[in-house]
Design a binder for this molecule. Structure first.
Ligand code: NDP
Length: 240
């Protein structure tokens, strides 16, 4: 999405909260139209009204990204509304805390279904459209937990490593196609993620300092949309 923002169309998953919400608003402020996806419709409708007050079009498509057919429908609705889309932000995600022995299999699966398979489904839907158009930018939100190990968050760490490896590999597949693939790796961000978290530890969860704002991640996402890069860390670069 190297051209001017005005009238560009961007699909944002996980737009009902935190980083996705901040990104959609930042895009709308620049003049881009937005397609807003998440499971909860009400916060999406509120956000759509805020975006439209800025003079852009915003459509709401309630979507569970762990449902591949629903993600396909999201792409179809975006195409029906706008005829194309310039970028797709795979941002929807959930966190999970728990020791291995105390964390049910279903909780592990939900994290992988949302964070990893949700990203795979989004990538499939976006790339199919980008190939038809001959251009497009796919942004996948991983985490610094996609680069290091940490105790009591093994499911989340595994899912974000998977997103990072997937994103880098798809990027290589698409070199020279006109389709860019970028990975964003935020450190701790002050969002409602921590309240949405399933927690099998019994401990209070809070982000590890330093904590950054979701608007800072949004700015990083807008920068890669203008000037695509392979990987962008927001906050300290973590390496194991
Ligand atoms: P929030 O909890 O504020 O937002 C998560 C978003 O994902 C919500 O809009 C939620 O909407 C959506 N979501 C969750 N599950 C699904 C699903 N199955 N289908 C569709 N949407 C879903 O957290 P953040 O903004 O912090 O998280 C955004 C991304 O950033 C995530 O991928 C997260 O892992 C990543 N990240 C966050 C960091 C942080 O410190 N906060 C650090 C590094 C990465 P709804 O519930 O309405 O479906």
């Amino acid at each position: 999405m190297k051209r001017a923002w005005k009238n560009r169309v961007v699909v944002v998953t996980g737009a009902s909260s935190g980083i996705g919400r901040a990104t959609a608003l930042a895009l709308a402020k620049k003049g881009a139209h937005v397609v807003l996806a998440a499971r909860r419709e009400e916060p999406l409708e509120d956000l759509a009204r805020e975006c439209e007050a800025l003079g852009v079009r915003a459509i709401v498509v309630p979507t569970d990204v762990s449902d591949a057919a629903a993600v396909q429908r999201l792409a179809e609705e975006a195409r029906t509304a706008f005829g194309h889309f310039d970028a797709w932000i795979n941002n929807a995600g959930v966190y999970l805390m728990g020791r291995l022995e105390e964390t049910p299999d279903d909780a592990f699966r939900q994290v992988m279904e949302t964070n990893f398979f949700g990203t795979v489904s989004g990538a499939r839907a976006a790339v199919a459209q980008f190939r038809r158009q001959g251009y497009g930018t796919l942004v996948n939100v991983s985490s610094t937990f996609g680069t290091v190990a940490a105790p009591y968050v093994s499911a989340y760490v595994a899912s974000k490593h998977a997103v990072r490896g997937f994103s880098a590999s798809v990027r290589q597949e698409l070199l020279d196609t006109g389709i860019d693939v970028c990975t964003i790796l935020p450190a701790a961000i002050d969002t409602p993620l921590w309240q949405h978290t399933a927690n099998y530890t019994g401990w209070r969860i809070r982000p590890v300092e330093p904590v950054y704002t979701p608007e800072r991640v949004a700015r990083a996402i807008l920068r890669v949309l203008r000037s695509p890069r392979h990987e962008v860390f927001v906050g300290p670069v973590a390496r194991s």
